[in-house]
Design a protein around this ligand. Structure first.
Ligand code: NDP
Ligand code: DGY
Length: 328
């Protein structure tokens, strides 16, 4: 770290939990400026704020592209994102400029897996519809087929992307009595044995699963992966859940699949865009449960993410190890 008087400049694009801010101020060697709001930094303010910065602490809602890197200029040594996803960053441009990147894997895995399981159950067992019916007087009596859904016991679950979060989801689902756990991705995973996971081609996963959970990263290959052809291969009784990134799904095709009875229901923690406009057609559907990207939203997880993002930033500024450096 440079001596006092020549403090490294850091720009933080949002208010972040205090754990991270405390770490930065205790280090006592960087001059922090911040977009002091709970709302995303406007693009013009980001371009202004980053000027001359040595370090940038950003969130997944900030697009970090060549324009931002050019605005920052040659001082920029490190970008630390308070997220495990890094699809908002132009890694090719970042690499060209020799900038290091920190991110927050592992620390949010449990929280995100837990939320994904909650979303799957809420969607499959129609919890939001049930709550609504209690409130609006639609509950007349115990009725044999009213608000019936689909259960996990004896089912086949397909996980697209059995990475950290995908695996944690599988581990949580197996005790519900899941019979077969299929997964797809680029490579078979040794850790899949823990959940008796079968590595299968995507088409097999799509056509044989009763529940499909998307937990892969967003890449050029996974963008739009869940489209008309994908949904047309699913069982009519199958439930689709996405907690990765909205752009993995073609939402028009999903809408068609949900309204035509091609698939039973969908639960989405992530959408395109975010926030999803309140007049979006998906929000008119009873068989679609949409959450506002809250996978990692526990107080403790967000605090730990903030602390890790701060430590990554300091490591990058100091030219030392970063606890979680992205290799790319
Ligand atoms: P990992 O890197 O551990 O897992 C990513 C998985 O994506 C890998 O298993 C990888 O499988 C798979 N994948 C990559 N390319 C493809 C492909 N072409 N087809 C199928 N699978 C593919 O990351 P995490 O589990 O930690 O996080 C996953 C994602 O979850 C993040 O990138 C982020 O977008 C999202 N996320 C969402 C949150 C939320 O709040 N909803 C919270 C946290 C994360 P393989 O190695 O075989 O290619
Ligand atoms: C991430 O970290 O990528 C999530 O989407 C939010 O925690």
């Amino acid at each position: 770290m440079q001596a006092v008087g020549k403090l490294m400049k850091v720009f933080i694009t949002r208010r972040v939990p205090p754990e991270g801010m405390k770490i930065l101020s205790a280090a006592g060697a960087c001059e922090v400026s911040q977009w002091d709001s709970d709302e995303p930094v406007p693009r013009t303010e980001l371009l202004k704020g980053v000027q001359g910065a040595h370090g940038l602490l950003c969130l997944l809602s900030d697009k970090i592209d060549a324009e931002v890197l050019d605005a920052a200029g040659p001082n920029l040594k490190v970008i630390s994102t308070m997220s495990v996803g890094f699809d908002h960053m132009a890694l090719d441009e970042i690499k060209k400029r020799g900038i290091r990147v920190g991110y927050t894997p592992d620390v949010l895995t449990d929280a995100t897996a837990e939320l994904t399981v909650a979303l799957l159950l809420a969607t499959a067992r129609r919890l939001p519809e049930g709550v609504e019916e209690v409130k609006n007087g639609g509950w007349s009596s115990w009725t044999p087929l009213w608000l019936c859904g689909y259960g996990l016991s004896g089912s086949t679950v397909g996980v697209i992307g059995l990475g950290r979060i995908g695996m944690a989801i599988a581990q949580r689902l197996m005790p519900f009595g899941v019979k077969r756990l299929l997964y797809s991705g680029r490579t078979a995973k040794a850790h899949a044995a823990e959940v008796n996971g079968e590595f299968v081609p995507l088409d097999t996963l799509v056509s044989e699963s009763d529940f499909i959970v998307v937990s892969c990263s967003l890449t050029p290959e996974t963008q739009g992966l869940c489209d008309k052809a994908f949904f047309s291969k699913m069982k009519n009784t199958a439930v689709f859940v996405n907690s990765s990134r909205g752009a993995v799904v073609n939402q028009e095709d999903l809408y068609q699949a949900l309204t035509s009875g091609q698939i039973a229901a969908a639960g989405l923690d992530v959408t395109t865009p975010e926030p999803l406009p309140t007049d979006h057609p998906l929000l008119t559907l009873k068989n679609c449960v949409v959450l506002p990207h809250i996978g990692s939203a526990t107080y403790s997880t967000r605090g730990i993410m903030s602390a890790l993002a701060a430590r990554n930033l300091l490591g990058g500024l100091q030219g030392t190890d970063m606890p979680s450096e992205l290799t790319f």
